[in-house]
Design a protein around this ligand. Structure first.
Ligand code: EPU
Length: 418
C-alpha cells in the first residue's frame, strides 16, 4: 500500500480529531486488573488497537469492536500472564501489560517490546520502580520475567519522567499494599486519562495531572470494570493543524484541546499560524508563508517528540532557518533523509537539525520510517509540486485513524493505492 499525495490547494472545512493511540492502548491493558466487561468509546480505528487486542486475547481478555469506534473487552478472570513474542514485538505499548500482570497476578513473562525503531528504548526505569515495590526481575535477550509475592508501596523518584515507566508503576501500585509515591512522574494528558479510568475502576490515586502521583493500594475485590471515553489525540490534532498551516488553509479542528497542547500552540503562533480556541475545538488559519523558529523537544508539558517531524516539515517550507533539538530520542532524525528527497534543506548535527526553509518542495517517492514521520511526509507532500508517493504506510496505519480520508475531506488531493 502507498499514499499518493498531489500538490493541494488550501485545506478548508472541518476535521474531527480521533481518540489517542497512546491512551487507548494503556486503557486496554488495565482491563487485566479486574474481572468484568469494559466498554471503551472514542477508540481510534488503528492497527495498534488490533495488535493490542491480539495480545490481550493471548493473555485471556476477549475483545469485540462495536461499530468503528467502540471496543468491548471482557476479563473473565482466566488470565495467563505470559505475553508472546508475536504480539509484543509489534508495539511498544505491549510493555504496558507488565504493571497490571505483576500487580494482579504476581508474575509476568514478556518478550522484549518492539515498536518504532528510532534508537535504544530501555526499560530500566520500569524495572527500578517495580523492584522498589518488591518485584524481582530476570532479564535476558528474549524477554523479561517479573515475579512478586506481595507488592508493597514505595517512594520512587524517576530520574526522567518516562511515560511508560510511570504507567507501569502506577498500574502495579493500585493493588500494592500501602502507599506508592511516584516523584517526577510523567503527566501527559494520556496519563491523566489512564488515572481517571483507574479511579473509576476503584483505584485510589492522588495528584492526577501533576508530577507527583500518590497511589494508595486497594484490594483486588475493590476494583471493578468500567466504561470510558478515550481522550482525543493531540498528535493527530497537531497533524491536521500543520497540514492547514503549510497549505495556508482555514479549518475547524474539532476535538483538538488547547489545554493539552499549549506550548505547541504558542510555537505554531510564532510561526504565523492563527489558532483560535472555540467550544469543542480549534479554528486554524494561515494566510502567509510560515516563519522559521527554533524549538526543543521535552517531556510534557514541553513540545512532544512526536510533534517534531511535523514541525521540521513546516520549517522546511518556512521563511528563514530554524533549529530543532531532540532531547528524548537522539536517533529520531532518520526521516530527515526522506524529507530531503522532497528538496528540504536540512543538516543534522548531533541531536540538532538545522532547517533552511525553501520556497518549494518537489514531489518524490519516499518511505515512512515510523508513525509520526510518515504523517509528516504526507503533510509535506501536500505542498510539494507534482506527486509524492509515500510507501511503508503500515507505520502510519498503526497510529492514524483514516489520515487519507480526513485530509481528502478537507480538499487535499490524496489517495491510497495498493
Ligand atoms: N527511558 C529510559 N528508561 C526507561 C524508559 C524510558 O531511559 O526505562 C528513556 C527513553 O529511552 C527515552 C525517554 O526516556 O529517551 C522517553 O521514553 P518514555 O518512556 O517516556 O516513552 P515511551 O513510554 O516508550 C511514549 C510514546 C511515544 C512517545 C514517548 C515520549 C507510547 C506507546 N509511546 O513512549 O510515542 O514518543 O512516550 O512522549 O505511549 C508514537 O506514538 O509514535 C510514539 C513513539
Amino acid at each position: 500500500m502507498q499514499i499518493v499525495v498531489e500538490h493541494s490547494e488550501a485545506l478548508r472545512g472541518e476535521v474531527q480529531v480521533p481518540g489517542a493511540k497512546n491512551s487507548v492502548l494503556k486503557l486496554m491493558a488495565v482491563t487485566l486488573l479486574a474481572e468484568g466487561e469494559y466498554r471503551l468509546t472514542n477508540v481510534p480505528d488503528i492497527a495498534d488497537v488490533d495488535t493490542m487486542c491480539d495480545l490481550l486475547r493471548a493473555l485471556g481478555v476477549q475483545s469485540k469492536r462495536v461499530g468503528t469506534h467502540e471496543l468491548v473487552l471482557t476479563n473473565t478472570g482466566n488470565i495467563t500472564p505470559v505475553a508472546p513474542f508475536e504480539q509484543v514485538d509489534r508495539i511498544r505499548a505491549s510493555i504496558n501489560v507488565l504493571g497490571p500482570l505483576v500487580g494482579r497476578y504476581g508474575s509476568a513473562d514478556i518478550a522484549m517490546p518492539g515498536g518504532d525503531d528510532f534508537g535504544s528504548r530501555p526499560i530500566d526505569l520500569h524495572v527500578m520502580g517495580l523492584e522498589a515495590m518488591g518485584a524481582t526481575f530476570e532479564l535476558n535477550r528474549d524477554g523479561i520475567r517479573a515475579t512478586a509475592k506481595d507488592l508493597h508501596g514505595a517512594t520512587i523518584e524517576l530520574k526522567f519522567p518516562s511515560v511508560g515507566a510511570t504507567e507501569n508503576i502506577l498500574t502495579a501500585a493500585v493493588l500494592a499494599n500501602g502507599v506508592t509515591v511516584i516523584d517526577n512522574a510523567a503527566r501527559e494528558p494520556e496519563i491523566v486519562d489512564l488515572c481517571n479510568m483507574l479511579v473509576d475502576m476503584g483505584a485510589n490515586i492522588a495528584g492526577i495531572g501533576t508530577d507527583r502521583l500518590s497511589i494508595t493500594g486497594v484490594k483486588p475485590n475493590q476494583l471493578h470494570s468500567t466504561d470510558h471515553e478515550v481522550v482525543n489525540d493531540r498528535v493527530q490534532a497537531a497533524t491536521y493543524i500543520s497540514a492547514v498551516a503549510v497549505t495556508r488553509g482555514d479549518v475547524f479542528v474539532r476535538g483538538a484541546r488547547a489545554e493539552h497542547m499549549e506550548m505547541l500552540i504558542n510555537r505554531f503562533s510564532e510561526m504565523g499560524v492563527g489558532i483560535t480556541p472555540q467550544q469543542d475545538g480549534l479554528h486554524v488559519t494561515c494566510q502567509d508563508r510560515l516563519r522559521a523558529i527554533d524549538f526543543a523537544t521535552l517531556p510534557y508539558p514541553g513540545i512532544a517528540t512526536d510533534y517534531k517531524p511535523l514541525l521540521v516539515g513546516m520549517l522546511a517550507v518556512s521563511d528563514g532557518t530554524g533549529i530543532a533539538t531532540e532531547n528524548l530520542y537522539p536517533g529520531r532524525f532518520r526521516y530527515v533523509d526522506e524529507l530531503m528527497k522532497l528538496g528540504a534543506d536540512v543538516r543534522i548535527d548531533g541531536h540538532h537539525a538545522v532547517v533552511r526553509g525553501v520556497e518549494q518542495l518537489v514531489g518524490a517517492p519516499v518511505n515512512a520510517p515510523d508513525i509520526r514521520a510518515g504523517a509528516a511526509l504526507v503533510v509535506a507532500g501536500l505542498v510539494a509540486t507534482g506527486q509524492t508517493i509515500v510507501s511503508d504506510i503500515h507505520h502510519i496505519d498503526r497510529g492514524y485513524d483514516d489520515l487519507v480520508g480526513r485530509l481528502a475531506g478537507l480538499g487535499a488531493r490524496i489517495t491510497r493505492r495498493s
